[in-house]
Every structure is written in C-alpha cells, then in structure tokens.
Design a protein around this ligand. Structure first.
Ligand code: FES
Ligand SMILES: [Fe+2]
Length: 364
C-alpha cells in the first residue's frame, strides 16, 4: 500500500486554467482536499472547502446565488469569504459558522491557490512566470494541456530535473536527442531557483535548432538546455537557448510545467510553452504543442508504471543514483526541508479558523 506523500502547503500551486473557473461551481481535489471554485459576479476567483461543514454534502452540487454558494442539501449558504450567512431552518446564524476559504489569484492563464496558512499567502511568492515568458512583453506564450498523472508529484519533479531520460523515454517523439544523456550537467542555485544546465557543443546551427531559427542556419552558436526548479509548483525546462557567438539576442524556448499534487499519489500536470522569437507564427506553436503532448504521453507511461512499484519496493530495495541525478536529489532535499520547516512552523501557529465539530460547535 502506498504511503502518504508529504507536500508543502505554504506554497502557491496552479489550481486550474483560468477559464475553467466561472459562474458554475467547479470542484478539483488539491492536496487531497476537495475544493469548490467559482467567480463572483465581478469576475474574482473564489475557492472554498468543497464539503459543506453541516453534513459534508459537496458544495459543487449546490448552486450559486449571486456571489454566494447555497448547499444543495439543507440550504446553508456561504459567502465568498466562507462565512455562513443563511441557515433556512433557523433565524440566527452563529458568527462562528464558516467554511474554509483559500486564497486564489489569477496570473496569466492560470488561477493559483494557496493551501496553507492564509496569513502567509503573499502573492509575491507566486513563481516569477513573467520572467520565463508567461504574460511578458516580447514573448509568445501558448497554453498547453492539463494531464492527470497517476503518480506522486515528486516523481514528476525528478523527471523534469533529469533530462537524460529524454534520449531514451522520448526516443520516438524526440528522435534527434540521442546524445543528450551523455552531455554533463552542471548545477547552480540562484536564490530560490535551482538550475541544471547542459551545454551542447558550440558550432554551426543545424538540425532542430536551424529548423527553429532558419535565419541562423549555419551560424556558429552556443546552445544549451536547462531545467529550472522554481519550487515544487513550477519547473521550466528550456531548450534550446541559442546565442550566436558573434553576438545577438538569446533565442529562448521554454517548456513550463505546473505541478500540483492532487492526492499523495496523483498529480495535476499543467503545461505551457513560451518563446521570444517568431511571435506571430501560429503553425510553430501548434506544431510544438502537438509534439509536447506526445512527449507528455510518454512520460505518463513511464511515471505511472513506476508509481506502482515505489512503495512496494521501498523497504527492501535501494535506488542507485548516478551523476545525472544530482539536480533531482537536490530537489528531494529541498522538498524535505520545506516540509520539515512547515511542520516546525505549524507547531507555533494557532489555527486561524477553529475547526467546526459535526454539531456545528466551534472548538479550538
Ligand atoms: S449538508 Fe449542506 S446544508 Fe446540510
Ligand atoms: Fe520527459
């Protein structure tokens, strides 16, 4: 049986595509909690605990009345702060009656959620997606897909931080990448960002690079592929970063991965692409998005297959790690440290919203 996977809670995660959340109640499970989403009449996103605190009927089965949610069982009604504002069977609504509200904010085409202590939900802690081309001037960004992944989120993070797998797991979808695994990776950290960097041989641009940049075909260029870890919720794999040796702007193509734990062993995997060249070329976007979908489908097969064995073998078998795992192992340590720090912090914090007992009486 799988063991629970601890995940950081004091963290912004991608909850949904922005256009998934509207004037219809919509539920998604995040960090193993059902969350109900909607927009106010003014268009602001709202996220509440998905089960009515009266008798746990899913709020998604209720209805929106203005900016309020009316439960579909006994009609308790909650406003967008989570406060209960109506109990049809009595005239008085005790002020302590409430459900949990989660901070949410729209950034680019994603709506982000903070699942931890609301007092710590500082929007400046949302990963700097602008810096990698999502919603930034001079960039073209395209929304990809949301892929349901039957594996714990940490396996996906490790996959993205070790691109040596590309030469093998993606041999069909990326046939020109057979030499990638043999290129040594260097690791660096810049504040919160951990980078794994692979420098390809400098030389005349050809192959896929020349296909992307016909104006640079045959020009001597530096070329690299990176994985950047912006925390557990976001990874950018960049490839390729091409710079003409004679000077000129870096041509960047970013593959952006939003990683959101659904449960201890399943993950919501959001994708997008961004580039700072050929901004008006729709066909290039469609072609790369289609290829990315094929690549993701290959990763899904590998990761879902591994998930079935991770815990079964954990007690008796030890993994072997090689040089290419340095970035993934560093991510493991960072995740463990983040979870441990939150556990320490949690001991010092008094819950802001007291838990409601099943009889509706709040207790500390
Ligand atoms: S379960 Fe929601 S009002 Fe009773
Ligand atoms: Fe992959």
């Amino acid at each position: 049986m799988n063991q629970p996977e601890p995940y950081p809670r004091n963290q912004w995660y991608v909850a949904a595509w922005r256009n998934e959340i509207g004037r219809t109640l919509f539920e998604r499970r995040i960090l193993d909690e059902p969350i109900v989403f909607y927009r106010t009449e003014a268009g602001e996103p709202v996220a509440l605990a998905g089960l009515c605190p009266h008798r746990l009927y899913p709020l998604r089965e209720g209805r929106l009345v203005g900016d309020r949610v009316e439960c579909g069982y006994h009609g308790f009604t909650f406003d967008c702060t989570g406060a209960c504002v109506d109990i049809p069977s009595q005239t008085k609504v005790p002020s302590r009656f409430a459900t949990r509200r989660f901070p949410v904010v729209d950034r680019w085409e994603w709506t982000w959620i903070w699942m931890g202590d609301p007092a710590l939900a500082d929007e400046t802690r949302i990963p700097p997606i602008n810096s990698i081309g999502l919603g930034a001037d001079g960039w073209r960004a395209d929304a990809g897909v949301l892929t349901p992944l039957g594996t714990r989120f940490s396996l996906l993070l490790e996959n993205l931080m070790d691109l040596s797998h590309v030469s093998f797991a993606h041999a069909k979808s990326l046939p020109g990448s057979t030499s990638l695994a043999a290129i040594p990776a260097t690791i660096s950290e810049d504040g919160e960002i951990l980078r794994v960097d692979r420098k390809l041989p400098t030389g005349p641009l050809e192959g896929f690079g020349a296909h992307l940049h016909p104006d640079l075909a045959g020009t001597v260029c530096e070329d690299r592929i990176v994985s950047d870890y912006f925390g557990p919720a976001l990874v950018r794999t960049g490839g390729r970063y091409i710079v003409p040796v004679s000077g000129g702007q870096t041509r960047a193509f970013n593959f952006i991965h939003g990683v959101t734990p659904e449960t201890s062993t399943t993950t919501h995997y959001f994708n997008a692409i961004a580039r700072n060249f050929r901004l008006d070329d729709d066909d290039l976007s469609y072609g790369v998005l289609a290829q990315m979908k094929r690549v993701i489908d290959e990763d899904v097969i590998v990761l879902n297959t591994i998930e079935a064995y991770v815990d079964r073998h954990a007690a008796t078998e030890h993994e072997l790690s090689c040089q290419a795992d340095v970035g993934a192992l560093r991510v493991r340590r960072k995740l463990a440290a983040q979870v441990a720090a939150e556990a320490t912090l949690a001991k010092k914090i008094v819950p802001i919203t007291p838990a409601l007992a099943r009889d509706g009486v709040a207790r500390p």
